[in-house]
Design a protein around this ligand. Structure first.
Ligand code: PRP
Length: 208
């Protein structure tokens, strides 16, 4: 897979198992998803560019670092909201935009219903948060909108991805690295990731 980074460690593997388990209730689902999101945020942060600064300790002046670019988090409603708090804990000075997309259950095409992002996307690093990359339609549409508003350096953070969605992102947005905590086998005829974990939005918010 091109431009695909699997976020893998024993904590993530254990937590993905909890998320896949159909018996996991929303309370545990949310806290587990939060933990996995920390690992994803740390992995993505390895690609951040830093600028050197001077910092004065109580003893002397030494070298320190700040991020070179403003970080903008963009959760795709609704399910993407479940990743925001962990990312914000790791990157408290990030700005947050929102994109509202609902995948039509029959056509599987994303329907746009909300868009609000901070200014100066062209100078920022934009991280789209969406737990599921299935057909890739929602992700592609999100990056189309963001790039139209000027976003240049973009990353996709997801929890679970299907090869079909990775391929679609690679062909439509080859410049966007995809970070995911799992790469599953395929989509079923209803566009669900299998083996998957069901619908992350429904399981997060208890709307199953
Ligand atoms: C789910 C998921 C992604 C999208 C993935 O959202 O959270 O946004 O589907 O599918 P795709 O890759 O085929 O576009 P859904 O439309 O179910 O909305 P929700 O987040 O409100 O549950």
């Amino acid at each position: 897979m091109r431009n695909f980074i699997l976020v893998e460690n024993p904590l993530v593997k254990r937590d993905i198992t909890i998320l896949r388990d159909k018996r996991t209730e929303p309370t545990i689902f949310r806290s587990t998803l939060n933990r996995v999101s920390y690992s994803i945020a740390i992995e993505i942060s390895k690609s951040f560019n830093l600028a050197e600064v001077e910092v004065e300790t109580p003893l002397e002046i030494t070298k320190g670092y700040i991020f070179s670019k403003q970080i903008v988090l963009v959760p795709v409603l609704r399910a993407g909201l479940s990743m925001v708090s962990s990312f914000l804990e790791m990157i408290p000075d990030a700005k947050v935009g929102h994109i509202g997309l609902q995948r039509d259950e029959i056509t599987l095409q994303p329907i746009d219903y909300y868009y609000k992002t901070p200014k100066n996307l062209d100078e920022s690093l934009t991280i789209v948060l969406d737990p599921m990359l299935a057909t890739g339609g929602s992700a592609v549409s999100s990056f189309n909108s963001l790039k139209q508003k000027g976003a240049k350096k973009c990353v996709l953070a997801c929890l679970i991805a299907a090869p079909e969605g990775v391929d679609k992102m690679n062909s439509e947005h080859p410049d966007v690295p995809i970070y995911s905590a799992a790469l599953d086998r395929q989509l079923n005829s209803n566009g669900f990731i299998i083996p998957g974990l069901g619908d992350a939005g429904d399981r997060t918010f208890g709307t199953v």
